[in-house]
Design a protein around this ligand. Structure first.
Ligand SMILES: Nc1ncnc2c1ncn2[C@@H]1O[C@H](COP(=O)(O)OP(=O)(O)O)[C@@H](O)[C@H]1O
Ligand SMILES: [Mg+2]
Length: 233
């Protein structure tokens, strides 16, 4: 079964069309990647999934139910969590306070503070540090941890590894694998294939607001250059 199904979605900013007939499916418990260069429409699609960008035409289904008209709050309560590109950490709150705020959403499930600290030991070490003193990697862990505390069924990650050192990226990849092993589906947005090829079995390539290619990672690897050229990476 699919957890998320976006069908023929069209999204506009004013008169400018940012997404053209975009369809994307995430299977239950699956990791799927959405790859495209800067300005391709990746964040626009994640925001449309989360109800933050209105869908002018097209449909959204979550767990088989039509939720095209659901609000962001309803989608959050249904089990979608969005970790935005800019991470939105509260600068003047400590790591621990940033995390505790997220527990207020109150969906029941396996994730709690202790488990998030086990997943990211670095956050535990820094639990009393202010948000604005964190490194990029720590901020990203905090943003993911906060998403997990809402006990999502689907986690939307917008360029989680952008600008991070290789060792930190490796830690995040491990964390994403562990999160997924707990049954959380992940839609991973990235600007290049590096992390997606390691994590996802299926890929969507987007350019100029159009899905240019979708398929299995094996198929992509078999014709990598040809397919990469479709989105001018
Ligand atoms: N709030 C906005 N208002 C107007 N245009 C926007 C807005 N956000 C994004 N865009 C435009 O929509 C297109 C897709 O942007 P975006 O989804 O942010 O791309 P990506 O996340 O792939 O880098 C770009 O042309 C961008 O300039
Ligand atoms: Mg973006």
């Amino acid at each position: 079964m699919s957890i998320l199904e976006m069908q023929n979605c069209n999204v506009f900013y004013g008169k400018a069309q940012a997404l053209h007939d975009v369809s994307i499916i995430v299977g239950d418990g699956e990791i799927v990647s959405l790859i495209g260069r800067n300005g391709a429409g990746k964040s626009t699609l994640l925001k449309a999934i989360m109800g933050l960008n209105p869908i002018k035409s097209g449909t959204r289904k979550f767990e088989g139910r039509d939720v095209t008209n659901a609000t962001t709050e309803m989608l959050g309560r249904s089990g979608i969590a969005f970790v935005p590109e800019d991470r939105r950490i509260f600068a003047t709150l400590s790591v621990d306070e940033n995390l505790r705020i997220a527990t207020v959403m109150g969906r029941k499930g396996p994730w709690n503070l202790e488990r998030v600290y086990n997943l990211f030991p670095r956050l535990k070490e820094r639990m009393n540090s202010r948000g604005d003193t964190l490194s990029g990697g720590e901020q990203q862990m905090l943003a993911v941890g906060r998403g997990l505390l809402t006990n999502p069924k689907l986690l939307l990650l917008d360029e989680p590894t952008e600008g991070l050192a290789p060792l930190v990226v490796a830690d995040l990849i491990k964390a994403m694998e562990l999160i997924n092993a707990e049954g959380v589906a992940i839609l991973l947005v990235e600007q290049n294939l590096k992390v997606p090829l390691k994590l996802a079995k299926r890929q969507y390539l987007i350019d100029n607001g159009h899905i240019r290619w979708s398929g299995k990672t094996d198929e992509l690897l078999a014709e990598r250059e040809k397919i990469e050229a479709l989105i001018s990476l």
